[in-house]
Design a binder for this molecule. Structure first.
Ligand code: 6PG
Length: 465
């Protein structure tokens, strides 16, 4: 039996799709799943790709089926299952065999594993959902570069391509790949929330039905907002429920799930002291969405929030402009967080490379990401807001963002991501802020000291007793 070039453990939705993608790109692959029937079903359903796949029923057979030095992808749930799987492999693999965790790991776990595991280890972020995994995901690699180089030909082959360039790259040492994937997911939450808020304005403020809203998103997908998430939002809004004949959106419960990556991003941003308020607003909105009973009780107590908005006060084009502005400000924050992590963790993360990897295959792929890649290629140290292309777009759209947030506030429609973006914009363009008052208060009650503007001295105190 000829040996496989690579192995994969975990044939769930993402693992199966990734294994088929690898086989489809001409690589022999050995696969293993804890439940043998899953492996057998997978092999049966592989069709013509079965020739490239070696299904195995024990971990020892799996390891034996892979060419040395081995490369083994783990596609098991994040957390303990990854550690358990690594422990199970420990006695079976050799000192040069490479383990690649391709799940949505918390990057702190990847940092720990890269340091603690005796054999080579990589943590790679894989984005694009099931379809991406099968036909071309975006891949964000982290860990020692020499290990990445061992498998980069396979990962580049299976990745999505943007104008022939693979959306797979090494991001940096340790958990850098999983860190970049977490920020990707934070941005994913924010993009989704901005769209959901716009949907709310159209549904509750303008009284539009789902089909009409779907058409608007479809139209926006032809313009500056062209993106996978706007595209699928149009499709979701335009779908009719087979059982009731009602718009499908009208029968979906309004409580959003989350596996935790957006939350990790928000928590990490606090540790890094890098402001990402739009992403945080999106995470909060998901948490709040789950409180359905409380929301129903508050509606009984205070009356419903949304009241009718006159279409002249909220033209569809205004909402499009507002979303453009909010989106740029959100990405400014996300990339700012990556820059902050790079400095604090010593990772030397490359913003142009990250924007390039996100151009295709991943959930946040969009036309704008290509412009972001160009902006960072021109100057990787400049914030996105300050890059001429985006500064110009912000200048043209921030007034629309302000109007949309104002109209929403006056009519009781909650638009936390839009409002956070606006507050961020206003704060960022205020040279003389208000934290002098915070410093005065801190000194008053705790003698924490303040710096003076006039003579540049620090650790001054006020005349309070
Ligand atoms: C991707 C996605 C994916 C994520 C799901 C669900 O890039 O393919 O980010 O990794 O796990 O979209 O995420 P939540 O359950 O947190 O919404």
């Amino acid at each position: 039996m000829s040996q496989a070039e690579i192995g994969l453990i975990g044939l769930g939705t993402m693992g199966s799709a990734l294994a088929l993608n690898i086989a489809d790109n001409g690589f022999d692959i050995a696969v293993f799943n804890r439940t043998t029937s899953v492996t057998q079903d997978f092999a049966k359903e592989a069709g013509p790709l079965a020739d490239k796949i070696t299904p195995t029923e024990s971990l020892a057979d799996f390891v034996a089926a892979i060419k040395e030095p081995r490369a083994i992808i783990l596609m098991v749930p994040a957390g303990d299952p990854v550690d358990d799987q690594i422990a199970a492999l420990a006695d079976l693999i050799g000192p040069n065999d490479l383990i690649i965790d391709a799940g949505n790991a918390n990057f702190h776990d990847t940092n720990r594993r890269v340091r603690a595991i005796k054999t080579p280890f990589l943590g790679i972020g894989v984005s694009g959902g099931e379809e991406g995994a099968r036909f071309g995901p975006a891949i964000m690699g982290g860990g020692p570069k020499e290990h990445w180089d061992r498998v980069s030909h396979i990962l580049s082959a299976i990745a999505a391509k943007f104008q022939d360039s693979p959306c797979a790259d090494w991001m940096g040492e340790e958990g850098a790949g999983h860190f970049v994937k977490a920020v990707h997911n934070g941005i994913e939450y924010a993009d989704m929330q901005l769209i959901a808020e716009t949907y709310g304005l159209m549904r509750d403020g303008l009284g539009m039905d789902s089909a009409a809203i779907g058409k608007i998103f479809e139209g926006w997908n032809e313009g500056v907002l062209q993106s996978y998430l706007v595209e699928i939002s149009g499709k979701v809004a335009g779908t009719v429920d087979g059982a009731t004949n009602a718009p499908l959106l009208d029968v979906i419960v309004d409580a959003a799930g989350q596996k935790g990556t957006g939350r990790w991003t928000a928590i990490e941003a606090q540790h890094l002291a890098t402001p990402i308020p739009v992403i945080e607003a999106a995470v909060v909105a998901r948490n709040l969405s789950a409180r359905r009973d409380q929301r129903a009780r508050m509606e009984e107590l205070f009356g419903t929030g949304p009241t009718e908005i006159n279409a002249d006060d909220l033209p569809v084009s205004l909402m499009e402009q507002a979303m453009i502005c909010g989106k740029i400000l959100c990405y400014d924050q996300g990339f700012g967080m990556i820059r902050g992590a790079s400095e604090q963790f010593g990772w030397n993360l490359q913003l142009p490379a990250i924007a390039q990897v996100w151009r295709e295959g991943c959930i946040i792929r969009s036309a704008m990401l290509d412009d972001m890649a160009s902006a960072f290629t021109d100057d990787a140290d400049r914030s996105l807001m300050a890059a001429p292309f985006f500064a110009d777009l912000i200048s043209k759209t921030h007034d629309s963002l302000r109007k949309v947030v104002s109209v929403a506030a006056l009519h009781g429609v909650a638009v936390p991501a839009h409002a956070s973006a606006l507050a961020y914009f206003d704060a960022m363009r205020t040279g003389r802020g208000t934290a002098n008052m915070i410093q005065g208060q801190r000194d008053f009650f705790g003698l924490h000291g303040f710096a003076r503007l006039d003579d540049g001295t620090s650790d001054n105190h006020g005349p309070w007793a």
